[in-house]
Design a protein around this ligand. Structure first.
Ligand SMILES: C[S@@+](CC[C@H](N)C(=O)[O-])C[C@H]1O[C@@H](n2cnc3c(N)ncnc32)[C@H](O)[C@@H]1O
Length: 277
């Protein structure tokens, strides 16, 4: 038996936005990790250029949006609310067009090997964490990143720490029971298409829509057709930017025709008699 320890990459769920919604295990893993990577837009998304891999946000000219500087991502804000070590490193991702995971994976693999990123900012060790909003096993960048890291470092051990999902946060904030007794529950992204959503609304008691900001008019239409926007067959609730200063939670009935939402938009539709309960 050799004493060699395989490098370990842990995807850590840090909840949808409110720093309070983080588990003790998440905080412990983030504190103990040799490096904590936090995702940030690479500049091809809505925020303009990011500072580059391995650059500490403390070195940025500012942390707010504007002047071509990417604001800290949600995961980073939550991580910094709990962790004060200096091993937090931004990891730029292309968040528009063709996603690139190999570039970020090379930076993570270097940290797992204990290398630097060339700029001296990443000096890792055997356990590296990647913080991600919500849960790392639900529509998370971590899935593709981990797969790309494994192609570079086949002996890497992959692990996750569960996080509170946007679905759960919206249920709690809106007083919505997700499922009870024999009721059925389904979650789907609107990127799967409006017809998939229409089918789910026909077949399931509670339907959760992710990634539906741009498709909000279609979501509203499907729910209205089914009598599930504001009765008689059920009620819906819309939640955007949960846990953030601009949080917006409303009954589906208050959605205006043609209104779109931001990327961080979630819609719950239940078959309950009224909302809120
Ligand atoms: C890439 S998925 C991430 C899901 C996340 N891993 C989870 O467990 O909830 C992004 C989608 O999650 C939902 N979401 C995540 N955070 C949210 C928030 N703070 N407010 C509203 N919806 C959110 C939205 O539907 C958004 O389009």
């Amino acid at each position: 038996m050799s004493g060699t320890v395989n490098p370990r990459l842990v995807g850590v769920g840090v909840g949808p936005g409110d720093p309070d919604l983080v588990t003790y295990r998440a905080v412990r893993v983030l504190r103990e990790a040799s490096v904590v990577f936090v995702p940030v837009s690479d500049g091809h998304g809505p925020y303009g250029p990011a500072p580059g891999p391995g650059v500490s946000p403390a070195d940025r000219p500012g942390t707010a949006a504007g002047a071509g500087v990417a604001p800290p991502g949600r995961a980073e804000v939550t991580v910094r609310a709990h962790i004060d070590h200096d091993r937090i490193v931004t990891l730029p991702f292309r968040m528009a067009g063709d996603a690139d995971y190999l570039g970020p994976a090379r930076v993570v693999a270097a940290a797992l090997r204990g290398d630097t990123d060339g700029g001296g900012a990443v000096a890792g060790g055997p356990t590296v964490a990647f913080a991600t909003i919500g849960d790392p096993n639900l529509y998370s960048t971590f899935t593709a990143l981990a797969a790309a890291v494994r192609t570079l470092l086949p002996d890497v051990e992959l692990d996750t720490v569960p996080g509170i999902t946007a679905m759960q946060d919206l249920a709690a904030r809106s007083g919505t029971v997700l499922a009870h007794g024999a009721e059925t529950l389904v979650l789907l992204p609107l990127t799967a298409g409006v017809e998939a959503y229409r089918g789910a609304v026909a077949d399931f008691d509670t339907v959760v829509a992710y990634k539906g900001g741009r498709a909000l008019p279609a979501v509203r239409g499907v729910l209205a057709d089914a009598g599930r926007l504001d009765g008689p067959a059920g009620y819906a609730v819309y939640g955007a930017a949960l846990g953030l200063p601009e949080q917006d939670i409303r009954p589906g009935a208050e959605l205006r025709a043609g209104e779109t939402g931001p990327y961080l938009s979630t819609v719950l539709a239940t078959r309950r008699a009224r909302w809120p309960r």
